[in-house]
Design a protein around this ligand. Structure first.
Ligand code: GLN
Length: 546
């Protein structure tokens, strides 16, 4: 516990994609493990008000918080590392900053003054940075500045950091600059020049880096560290190597070895001790020493992009470690799935997850996948759109409603088993208008979900407009697909199951957002376990037949 909140800013130099989010999350983990209440915030310099309207091809997954913010996927890393929920305040974009400044201007709050980038935009940035600190909930706030220094769009943020360093004082605010030290194979050398230049760019804006974290593919030798220290105005101990790791979950330990936490705490005039990483390291040990393997098919339309289903992939890592198995995720493009190809592409899998998504593209392939796994009794987990596809498949192939669909795909379908919520029908704006954030769910006694969650009431995070249409509920239930989780206030269906199958679960919400290292999500843990059982049974049946 500290009396004043301390601020750590993380900037990036040389290139994007250096992993500022993972460095920030790893440092936060080390500080949290020494008893400091730590949170992380991301400032994104684009003009979208939030990433909710961005295509996954542009920006990867959109992560959702309990309070319904549609945010950058780095917030997912923060929660997975820290096991503390984030909120609307943890992600701010230039669009959001401008929106609130312009709204204030329209209300006349600037009293006739000319509204300018400096001081009005920078003041709004400074205000947003300090909201978390002033809440009294945190000793340390780490603020990651998106983009790369030198970008035009990053300038107001860097200026806000410069001012905050002055306002808050040396001991209370520091800057960590993450840069790249490239290896030129032709010369056989690591090169420091790009780092020198990006530190210089930062200094041109009046900001001195206090710590350098250098991404590198090779060990940084001592002479190079000294050189970087000398040219970049930092002490030798403030030059931290961040070498490529086989898993992001190794980074906290790598940063600990490099002493990042120590040097940061020293600069902030806080005491440091040995962080307690017991739970973290137990997870790592299980993750790295699996006793078996299961193969799970991930059916989606963005499968070629790692970042589009980030939280699902990470949730499998947590659930795999919990079950002490490696989860091999096989990505299957839903557009390439047809009646003819389904068996060939899916028969060898131990479990199938049909992914969330929007729009028509690829949905028929998802429906074929559900049909195959339902008939073959392969463990199935459908998330959001994946759950909706399971309902449509069941209506079409079990209830004989051949043209059953979601009104998202076919507005005039005769059997709208998935339909727009009444409250959504009048909405025309796309941004921030879905059913978002944590909603209550009550589980049915005796259901598989109840057995998995071990509780009757839960809250899970949502991001969708369409819902299970309760007009068809009685018919669907009578045919064997049960609604086992309902929202207690609205009666909206949150979970469906087919109890006559071994493990067939669809959820309207996104369990993947809540899976963390310290708290792997029970649904993913149970799904991986079901896949393992399925695989073992399959093997014993084929052995008996031999
Ligand atoms: N497109 C569907 C809906 O809006 C599902 C959304 C999702 O999978 N997140 O309801």
């Amino acid at each position: 516990m500290t009396t004043t909140t301390k601020y750590i800013f993380v900037t990036g130099g040389v290139t994007s994609s250096l992993g500022k989010g993972i460095i920030a999350a790893s440092l936060a983990k080390l500080l949290q493990a020494q008893g400091y209440r730590t949170t992380i915030q991301k400032l994104d310099p684009y003009i979208n008000v939030d990433p909710g309207t961005l295509n996954p091809y542009e920006h990867g997954e959109c992560y959702v918080t309990d309070d319904g913010a549609e945010t950058d996927l780095d917030l997912g890393h923060y929660e997975r590392f820290l096991n503390v929920p984030t909120s609307q305040s943890n992600n701010v974009t230039t669009g959001r900053i401008y929106q609130s400044v312009i709204e204030k201007e329209r209300r006349g709050e600037f009293l006739g003054k000319t509204v300018q980038v400096i001081p009005h935009i920078t003041d709004e940035i400074k205000h947003r940075v300090q909201i978390l600190g002033k809440s009294g909930d945190y000793d340390i706030v780490i603020t990651e500045i998106g983009g790369t220094v030198g970008d035009i769009e990053s300038l107001p943020y860097v200026e806000a950091v410069r001012q905050l360093k002055w306002d808050l004082g040396e001991d209370n605010a520091i800057v960590i600059h993450l840069t790249l030290v490239p290896y030129l194979s032709a010369a056989g050398e690591l090169k420091t020049k790009p780092t020198q230049h990006s530190v210089k760019t930062l200094m041109e804006s009046g900001v001195m880096a206090d710590v350098l974290v250098c991404r590198t593919e090779h060990e940084l030798p001592k002479d190079l560290r000294l050189k970087l220290a000398r040219f970049c105005n930092v002490t030798e101990e403030s030059v931290i190597q961040s070498i490529d790791a086989s898993t992001i979950y190794d980074v906290p330990n790598l940063m600990l070895e490099e002493g990042l936490d120590k040097v940061v705490l020293k600069k902030l005039n806080l005491k440091s001790e040995i962080p307690d990483l017991t739970i973290w390291n137990q997870f790592l040990k299980r993750h790295k020493n699996p006793k078996g393997e299961v193969t799970i098919g991930l059916i989606g339309k963005y499968v070629e992009l790692q970042d589009s289903y980030k939280s699902i992939l990470e949730a499998f890592i947590h659930a795999g470690a919990e079950n002490e198995v490696k989860v091999k995720v096989e990505s299957i493009h839903s557009e390439h799935l047809t009646v003819e190809s389904a068996a060939k592409k899916l028969a060898h899998l131990d479990g199938v997850l049909v992914a969330p998504g929007f729009g028509e593209r690829g949905v028929e392939g998802k429906i074929e996948a559900v049909k195959f796994v339902r008939e073959q009794n392969i463990p199935f987990l459908g998330i959001c759109l994946g759950m909706q596809m399971a309902v449509i498949e069941f209506a079409r192939n079990v209830l004989g409603m051949q043209l059953a669909n979601s009104t998202e795909m076919d507005e005039s379908t005769e059997f709208p088993v998935i339909d727009l919520m009444e409250s959504q029908k009048s909405i025309t704006d796309k941004g921030g208008t879905m059913r978002l954030g944590a909603w209550d769910c009550k589980l049915e006694e005796g259901s598989l979900a109840k057995k998995i969650y071990q509780t009757s009431n839960l809250k899970e995070r949502h991001r969708h407009r369409y819902e299970f249409n309760n007009d068809f509920k009685a018919q669907i239930e009578a045919a064997g697909m049960k609604a086992t989780g309902l929202n207690p206030d609205t009666g909206l269906v949150e979970i469906i199951e087919i109890p006559s199958n071994n493990w067939f679960v669809g959820v309207q919400y996104h369990p993947e957002y809540k899976s963390t290292v310290a708290n792997p999500h029970p649904l993913f843990v149970a799904f991986v376990k079901a896949a393992l059982n399925y695989k073992n049974n399959k093997n014993s049946v084929s052995m008996a037949q031999n």
